[in-house]
Design a protein around this ligand. Sequence first.
Ligand SMILES: Nc1ncnc2c1ncn2[C@@H]1O[C@H](COP(=O)(O)OP(=O)(O)OP(=O)(O)O)[C@@H](O)[C@H]1O
Ligand SMILES: [Mg+2]
Length: 417
Amino acid sequence: MYIYPVSIPAEKYNHEWGTIMAKEFIRLRDCTMVFDDDVVLNKINLTIKDNEFLTLLGPSGCGKTTTLRIIGGFVKPTSGDVFFNGVRINDVPPHKRTVNTVFQKYALFPHLNVYENIAFGLRIKPRGKAAMKNGHEGRRLSKDEIHSRVMEMLEVVSLKGFEYRDVTSLSGGQQQRVAIARALVNRPKVLLLDEPLGALDLRLRKDMQIELKRIQEATGITFIYVTHDQEEALSMSDTVVVMDGGVIQQIGTPEDIYNEPVNAFVADFIGESNIVDGIMVEDGVVEIFGKKFACLDEGFDPMEPVDVVIRPEDVDIVDIKDGMLTGTVTNITFKGVHYDVIVDFKGFKWLIQTTDYCPANSRIGIKIDPDGIHVMKKSVYSGMYGDYSSYSAEYEDISDADLEPEETVSEDERYET
Ligand SMILES: Nc1ncnc2c1ncn2[C@@H]1O[C@H](COP(=O)(O)OP(=O)(O)OP(=O)(O)O)[C@@H](O)[C@H]1O
Ligand SMILES: [Mg+2]
């Protein structure tokens, strides 16, 4: 569903929404932000394309909101530049940036109904030369124009028929959609969304994720979305920007980020992963726990120490005599579709997801196909993640006190030659 062509003349549509599609739109160049001697953003470089759904993802305090505020013009970077369509806009104030923002705590006007909440933005639209330069019409909209824009927005956010409802009588998800309609009605080129679904329960969050993606596709507006929820980021975005400690760790499609994490932080933050020390023997061969495994990675130095990430779903449990490695099951948990199995390999615990039941204390073999192994350069994050006994909150109670460690070791050794 394309909403804008309805009320924007074809030439303008082509110019504003069509022909610049997929071109560079916003660029942050070496943006650094320092608060009270604290470097909270460190030389951020980021290009955002027109019509893109880009998500800033990372743990609390990593600098997501600060990045968004720099794009919105609410704060100026301590150093570095911000460009919109190739023009440096460091000194352009927020209301002249054709950017709108939806925050986690969106404040609807409780005394206005749904219609008036959405129309409000049109009645206070910036006017004059500066506004025109930034894509606003710079003239007073007629009552009919306001009406058609509000109705258009109600359709975009699937709230047709709700126009005269009191906003306080709406559900959380409906209120959130009014907030989005209100932010979109001015036809910003960019919508900044800072954890807008944070206050909603899980079910509503999931529904709204689908809804937001649909709205973004229908309007063609660039969405810059902030979340610390990796699943949300993967399911909605064209591009995910993973941040930690004020530094961009990786930029890529959801598939890239999941399948080809650049370091142990990204591998750990996105999905579940087993991260172990390895040695890159040569192109296509990596050594883990003293055993050689075929992999698809290349371009490392011979015998370079590396981090190896293996996703829990990429490990096959096999008969002990066929195993590339052998270990002992310390815990098994039914998860509905699969079992989460914790397996101890010489004191290092892996998470394996499988549909096969294997009882606690049993000894198993594992096989990993070459494409299930991903090799990463060593980084400051090496050694911090990967062992399920040391960091996973869900499995923190797991202890192998009821096992006999010495026997485990000797069994491992027996199958290891
Ligand atoms: N105005 C400010 N003055 C001082 N420090 C600030 C200011 N704004 C942000 N910070 C600090 O900058 C760091 C990054 O903050 P930011 O709000 O960008 O993080 P975030 O990634 O959005 O985190 P969260 O997920 O918790 O919202 C934090 O340590 C924060 O305390
Ligand atoms: Mg934040």
